[in-house]
Design a protein around this ligand. Sequence first.
Ligand code: DGJ
Length: 381
Amino acid sequence: MKRYLLLLCMGVLCSCTNQKSRYTNFQPGQVWEDNNGQHINAHGGGILYHSDTYYWYGEHKIEGHKGNTAQVGVHVYSSKDLYNWKDEGIALEVDSLNPAADIARGCIIERPKVIYNQKTNKYIMWFHLELISQGYNAARSGVAVSDSPTGPFTYLKSMRPNKGHWPLNVEDFHKKAVADTIKSAYCGGKECLPNHPDSLNLLGRDFEGGQMARDMNLFVDDNGKAYHLYSSEENSTLHIAELSDDYLSYTGNYVRVFPNRYMEAPSIMKTSNGKYYFIGSDCTSWNPNPARLATADHIFGPWTELGNPVVGTEDQKATTFESQSTYILPIQGKKDAFIFMADRWRPNNAIDGRYIWLPIQFENGAIKLEWKDQWNVSVFN
Ligand code: DGJ
């Protein structure tokens, strides 16, 4: 009997150990199982590193096309080694009781990101919010807060950014009167706008009500200042906006960058020599397109585009390995070691979206992304 118990204990111990160290590398594009054997459900995600642990937040998707709307909320996982992830549950739940709530079940919650505020000791989540049954018309930023990295997060508010503030690099024409026809026009994407929508003065149109904010990211600089990057002006132009000290609102300092370039999927990093790098994409709905790299010496720019960072086949370059950027992850304890994180969307069966994580390689002041079937962080040694 004693022997049987011993064997049983060893078996349990073994299976736990196996589970814990199941993965020893990244396998981009493959099903990536969590500690329960379920494909990780954290799309359009971002990572927070806090107290020796990585936390991965992302859109929880369900099966089918309906999975492109928020039926559950924002999922969070934790990991010590970046390969093996523990399901920590739903960090922010949609509101299933009140269909009029901002985050009512069926709204759209995309690209959630979490940062930690040292002054308030709070975890702050920002996400792209589209109100229920309005398509992508609302273009709002949602904010939620928690005392713990794994939540539960409490939904605070949503807004259109920088209401009543001109960007630091505003141009004279922005301040001119906006035609009524343009005020009432709604345009969900670039197909219905001219190549250079400056003529429409979308910034001026949204000055009073706040600027549109869709694809987004957050970035905390070395000095603790946080920034919100979001696709604005009907996606035509990206904004980089400084957040208040508590990370819950805007200071009103912001810039327009990449005007009329329709940059989506903004992700950003900073190297030890103080240079900022940006990787984003063109705006083609769920379809992949060539990634775009840019660099700057200051977060507010000027930003210089450096072309497509993908090195590989024509197909890989044209589709960024069939994916779209979502976050750039600095690896703790390694100098200038970053992971490019992207989504391979599956809009017809959203839950099956795959994760493309690749090492960022530096070459002549630029970044190079190359496909790897499998790899681990030793590539950075
Ligand atoms: C591309 C964006 O990057 C995604 O986050 C999502 O908004 C889709 N467009 C919707 O078409």
